[in-house]
Design a protein around this ligand. Structure first.
Ligand code: NAP
Length: 294
């Protein structure tokens, strides 16, 4: 008899994400076990519990999901879990801290519908959060089309924070990351000067780019705003925009991107239960998004 599908949701935060739990159940997970406040030192015994309870032929019905607000903490949990597996004794893994991998993949794919990002100049406003960091990683990474990395301006209200995030990105991928100060409207306008694409990945309800950003002939060709809570992160973009032309720019809003994000998230969860050896992190999720969108 087929064993029920069990997903163990690991989260380093004090409360595991309810969003991630609901998407898991809506994607066909039959039993969801949530573990919050998890630290790397606790992972081994928790993952052994998933590996040693079912025979190898049934392990594809157990899988692990890793969420959380802090990308580095989630990565530490995922790395600890991967070290537990050996031979056929393993279960599939999906990592999506704060929805960052699925959201960033969808955002990049939306922009790529209009422009090959190879060699272009890209500005990521508030690029220091989970979503902004993953956008930077995807567009600089090997799965991006072509071999010439774009120039990626990673913006923050604090230049030191932008520098530190650029350093951590360089440790992962050989991108051309430029730490950029952007703490007010004028700095944000300067940060998009000469950019081909702008992504706004700021916290919910924070306007980062003011009116007039898209009126010049050299305004960004594509603008993607991921904030769904009014006011918009980029003035004038509607949350529902999905390729609307506003001023000189083709625009996407949070819900315009969110449809593809949800499609990627749900399909990734379903894939976990097809075999017991999948590890779906940022690159794999981006490739999945390309396949779903193609
Ligand atoms: P986050 O961590 O909450 O914030 C990202 C960055 O925003 C922070 O690193 C910070 O950068 C900046 N920031 C925070 N408070 C600010 C303020 N008061 N004023 C100006 N800047 C501020 O965001 P995230 O988790 O990466 O998510 C990015 C956005 O995507 C959010 O709006 C989130 O709701 C949205 N989202 C959308 C979808 C979708 O499907 N559309 C899915 C997931 C998330 P600095 O401190 O470096 O300036």
């Amino acid at each position: 008899m087929c064993k029920p599908k069990i997903l163990i949701q690991f989260d380093p935060d004090p409360h595991a994400s309810t969003f991630d739990s609901i998407v898991a159940i809506d994607s066909g997970v039959e039993h969801l076990l949530t573990q919050s406040g998890v630290t790397p030192g606790q992972i081994e015994s928790l993952v052994h519990g998933a590996m040693f309870t079912r025979g190898p032929q049934d392990l594809k019905n157990t899988a692990l999901f890793f969420g959380g607000n802090d990308v580095a903490k989630t990565e530490a949990l995922v790395n600890a879990a991967k070290k537990c597996f050996f031979g056929p004794l393993r279960v599939s893994v999906l990592s999506d801290p704060n929805g960052s991998n699925t959201t960033a993949a969808a955002a990049v794919i939306c922009a790529e519908k209009h422009m090959d990002l190879t060699g272009k100049t890209i500005t990521i406003l508030a690029g220091t959060g989970p979503v902004g960091q993953r956008i930077a990683q995807i567009i600089s990474g090997p799965a991006a089309p072509g071999s010439c990395s774009p120039t990626i301006r990673v913006c923050s209200r604090q230049i030191e924070k932008a520098r530190s995030i650029c350093d951590s990105l360089r440790a992962k991928t050989a991108g051309d990351f430029v730490p950029t100060q952007s703490g007010n409207a004028n700095e944000a306008l300067a940060a998009i000067e000469g950019a081909d694409v702008v992504f706004a990945a700021g916290a919910a309800g924070v306007e980062l780019l003011p009116m007039t950003w898209n009126q010049r002939p050299d305004s960004p060709v594509v603008a993607v705003d991921l904030n769904a809570v009014p006011p918009a992160g980029i003035h004038g973009i509607d949350v529902m925009d999905a390729g609307q032309k506003r001023g000189q720019s083709i625009c996407y809003g949070a819900i315009g991107v969110g449809g593809l994000k949800m499609k990627i998230h749900k399909r990734a969860l379903q894939m976990l239960f097809e075999t017991n050896d999948q590890v779906l992190e940022v690159e794999e999720i981006y490739r999945l998004g390309l396949a779903l969108n193609g």
